[in-house]
Structure formats: C-alpha cells, structure tokens
Write a protein that binds this ligand. Structure first.
Ligand SMILES: [Zn+2]
Ligand SMILES: [Zn+2]
Length: 131
C-alpha cells in the first residue's frame, strides 16, 4: 500500500495528520512542534500574538506609575519631616492638605505603618502585573 500524497504540496508522501484540519501532509509541510500543517500553523501564528500576550491597560500602567511617584514623594517627605521632627523632639505628619503635630514616637510608629502598608500594596501590584 502506497502512502497518500501530501495534500498541500502534492509532491511528497504524506507522513503526518494535522491535528487541526485533519489533512495528511509530508514532513516539509508539517510543523511537528505544534503538530499542525503549515497552513494551520501560519493561520495560528497570525492570530496568536494578540491572544498570547494580554496587554495591561494603559490606564492601569499610568495609575501604577503615578502610585510609585506618589509613594516615593511621600516617603521622602515623611523621612524629611521625621528627621527634622526627631531632631527637635517634635514631628509633623504631612498628609495631603493636612499637617498633624505628633510626638516623635507616634510619628515614628505612623511612618513605619505607612511604609509597611505601602510596601505591601507594591508587592501585591507586582504579583498581579508581573507574572
Ligand atoms: Zn507537502
Ligand atoms: Zn491543518
């Protein structure tokens, strides 16, 4: 029994069956890594790029960038206030539109809390978007 001819090139003997369209094809017209004939492979390759890499929405990227800048800005501001506050035994926590006078111990605890929360949020964001 002679093997059927490749249904793509019609020159060589068919050796494989495409798992997508079911045609018999020769080794020249077959992509063993995905078990598809070259036709189906080309079609898949032209569809896949959009499917394979889910785009992070631009808005979230901007929010994320904004968040990092805000965090860095506030961290620097708080460190500066804390350093000055500790030097004068009096600290001020600066929040948007709000200045709260505090004792240095409470200020230190508040800044520590802020850092822990901010770092936790950053780690969560990274886990979510940087898989
Ligand atoms: Zn062929
Ligand atoms: Zn096929």
């Amino acid at each position: 029994m002679v093997a059927p001819l490749c249904s793509i090139c019609r020159k060589n003997q068919a050796m494989y069956v495409c798992r997508n369209c079911g045609r018999v094809v020769c080794s020249n017209c077959f992509e063993p890594s995905v078990w598809l004939c070259v036709d189906c492979f080309k079609r898949k390759a032209s569809i896949n790029p959009q499917v394979a890499i889910p785009e992070i929405p631009l808005l979230i990227k901007l929010l994320w960038t904004g968040f990092i800048f805000t965090f860095v800005g506030f961290a620097l501001m708080m460190l500066a206030t804390l350093t000055l506050g500790l030097a004068s035994r009096e600290a001020y926590i600066v929040l948007p539109g709000l200045i709260i006078p505090l004792s240095s111990e409470i200020a230190y605890a508040a800044v520590t809390c802020f850092f822990v929360i901010a770092i936790a949020i950053m780690v969560l964001f990274m886990l979510k978007f940087m898989k």
